[in-house]
Design a protein. Structure first.
Length: 382
């Protein structure tokens, strides 16, 4: 018997129960289908509600994977065609669910004192295998909540987080293609950003990340750029304006509109006059604003081939996955979610510390090993 994570929103949990609580479905893409093939009758789904951050159910799996496009849910935005038949063992209302924070120190990935970003990977996406020891802790907690229910009110905004699915037509390579994109219907900034850190509990600032990226590019032999307004900022005695190879002006091959856009991007790496990477550091501002600057750059220079990174606190990855597939970004000839990666503070800081003696020998591509592309499988399913 194996245990697997099954993510729900408040909406999809309700839909699942309205449909009879006998079939659990997932979005249809290759990763999902491949992983689903490893799941067997007798395995168990542990149900976690995103937004609310509570465990709400245990489902015994009674079938192999199968595909079925038949509409069985009252909403018809998507069929969730990768399916399993299930038999509920425990189903709790969100108000009686087991809060994730109540399991602090009891789960392998959630040690005492850990912040949201340190345990978020446990429940980052559906169909992720859960260790037996951790699963036993969750099941025991859910059984206890069934016998001794505790009422904990839930913010209604946390329950109303359906990922609405739209079909968007666009031109790619001269051909009209249809793209499936998901867009949150409710703007959701439920993360508290007072505890921003680099993964070791140390405070992290926008200026620190900006300086680290500029210094890294400079050490690798690249020219670098930072907005003029940021050059007087300091981190740990290091002034952004003093980074070697920092350009005094951008190359002149861009038109005025493009130049105005890119000169406000937090960090640029350039090889000669060619931009090789662009970074937006989203510390406490909206993820959307950084993505919009990246999208503007791609729109004005559709043939430009550069790496794009949204850099932010680990706990903002969920926000990134909700913003980057919006139609305004996904319907372009070069969809933003296919070219822009999320680079977590902790992975960046840890990698730079581990490689501090060889930074000048690194290539820009090394960031791709620690940055994450949007994966639709990380969305909550039904």
């Amino acid at each position: 018997m194996a245990y697997w994570i099954n993510l729900f929103t408040g909406t999809t949990w309700q839909e699942f129960q309205k449909a009879g609580a006998s079939v659990s479905g997932f979005r249809d893409h290759q990763r999902t289908w491949t992983v689903a093939g490893k799941i067997k009758p007798g395995d168990v789904f542990l149900c976690y509600m995103v937004g609310v951050k509570r465990w709400v159910g245990v489902l015994d799996i009674t079938s192999e994977r199968f595909r079925d496009m038949t509409t069985i849910f009252s909403r018809d935005e998507e069929a969730f065609p990768v399916r399993f038949r299930v038999m509920p063992r425990i189903i709790l209302a969100p108000e009686h669910g087991v809060p994730m924070e109540s399991l602090e120190g009891k789960l392998t990935g959630f040690p005492i004192g850990a912040s949201t970003s340190q345990w978020a990977g446990i429940v980052r996406g559906s169909l992720r295998k859960f260790s037996d020891d951790d699963a036993n802790v969750v099941v025991a907690a859910l059984e206890g909540a069934t016998v001794r229910p505790v009422l904990r009110p839930v913010d209604p905004r946390q329950l109303k987080r359906p990922a609405n699915i739209y079909k968007v037509k666009s031109k790619q390579d001269g051909q009209e293609v249809e793209t499936i994109v998901s867009v949150p219907s409710v703007e959701d900034d439920d993360q508290e950003l007072d505890d921003l850190h680099n993964g070791d509990g140390q405070p992290t600032t926008h200026s620190e990340i900006q300086w680290r990226l500029l210094n890294l590019g400079s050490l690798m032999g690249l020219n670098v750029w930072a907005p003029n307004a940021d050059r007087g900022r300091n981190w740990n005695g290091n002034k952004i304006g003093d980074v070697p190879t920092l350009l005094g002006a951008l190359p002149t091959q861009f038109d005025a509109a493009t130049t105005k856009t890119i000169e406000n991007i937090d960090v640029l790496w350039l090889s000669g006059n060619a931009i090789v990477a662009a970074f937006e550091v989203e510390h406490t501002t909206s993820i959307y604003s950084g993505l919009l600057r990246m999208a503007d750059l791609l729109t004005m220079q559709p043939n430009i081939d550069i790496k794009l990174y949204l850099v932010g606190p680990d706990e903002r990855y969920a926000k990134f996955t909700r913003e980057v597939p919006r139609p305004t970004f996904a319907s372009r000839s070069k969809p933003l979610h296919k070219v822009c990666r999320f680079l977590p503070y902790s992975k960046l800081c840890h990698s730079l510390e581990a490689a501090k003696t060889v930074l000048k020998h690194l290539k820009p591509e090394f960031l791709d090993d620690i940055a994450e592309l949007y994966d639709p499988a990380d969305d909550a399913d039904v």
